[in-house]
Write a protein of this length. Structure first.
Length: 134
């Protein structure tokens, strides 16, 4: 499984490199969806559904993206942050074995995915009266 994750990480890095080189194009959105679905499958096989479901939901929502109607520069930066979140998650799970307190990583991922959805115009900003301030 760790080889699968390493390969996915490499695929994601290659995708980011291609996006930086050519800009955000439709095939990149499709590739991102495929990579995230593969992460989901790997996490599902490891019985780590919480993060997997977040990635699957996001990957499935990418089919609604109108590539001509987004701020591509902003999205590219956010995709790089998403990659960083994924790498940090896997490092905490597999490398440092700090699995007892990963809720903050899941919350970070949820927030990152929500922000990307807003930038991709597949999610509207939600007005929430129950916002908690820390």
């Amino acid at each position: 499984i760790s080889e699968d994750i390493s390969e996915l990480n490499s695929d994601f890095e290659d995708l980011i490199g291609s996006i930086l080189l050519y800009g955000m194009i439709e095939s990149h959105v499709e590739s991102l969806s495929e990579i995230l679905n593969k992460y989901y499958t790997t996490l599902y096989l490891l019985d780590i559904e919480n993060m997997g479901f977040l990635l699957k939901d996001f990957a499935d929502s990418l089919y609604d993206v109108d590539i001509n109607n987004i701020n591509k520069d902003s999205v590219i930066e956010m995709i790089e942050f998403l990659y960083d979140d994924i790498i940090e998650y896997f490092n905490n799970i597999f490398t440092s074995n700090r699995i007892q307190n990963i809720d903050y990583l899941i919350d970070s991922m949820r927030s990152s995915l929500y922000q990307i959805k807003i930038e991709l115009k597949i999610e509207n900003i939600k007005e929430d009266d129950d916002i908690e301030l820390f």
